[in-house]
Design a binder for this molecule. Structure first.
Ligand code: SF4
Length: 70
C-alpha cells in the first residue's frame, strides 16, 4: 500500500510529526513531509504500518493523507 502526503493541504498542526517522528518532519514553514526523502510525496507501507498510522491519517485536520491500495 502507498501512503500519500499532500503537503499543500497541510495546515502545520504538527500532529503527524508528534505521533510518528520516525516518518515525518516539518520544514521551515512548519509543513509536514515524509522524513526519509523530502522529494517523495508517497511511501510504500504494509498493512500493519498503515494500521498504526490510521489515527493520524483520520485526524489530520488538513486531510492531507491518502492511501492507495495495490
Ligand atoms: S497532521 Fe496533517 S495538518 Fe497536521 S502537520 Fe501532519 S499533515 Fe499537516
Amino acid at each position: 500500500m502507498k501512503l500519500f502526503l499532500n503537503s499543500k493541504r497541510c495546515i502545520a498542526c504538527g500532529l503527524c510529526v508528534q505521533q510518528h517522528p520516525e516518518l515525518f518532519e516539518l520544514d521551515d514553514q512548519g509543513i509536514a513531509h515524509f522524513k526519509k526523502n523530502l522529494e517523495n510525496s508517497s511511501l510504500e507501507l504494509d498493512s500493519q504500518e498503515i494500521k498504526k498510522l490510521k489515527p493520524v491519517i483520520n485526524n489530520c485536520p488538513g486531510r492531507a493523507f491518502k492511501i492507495e491500495r495495490s
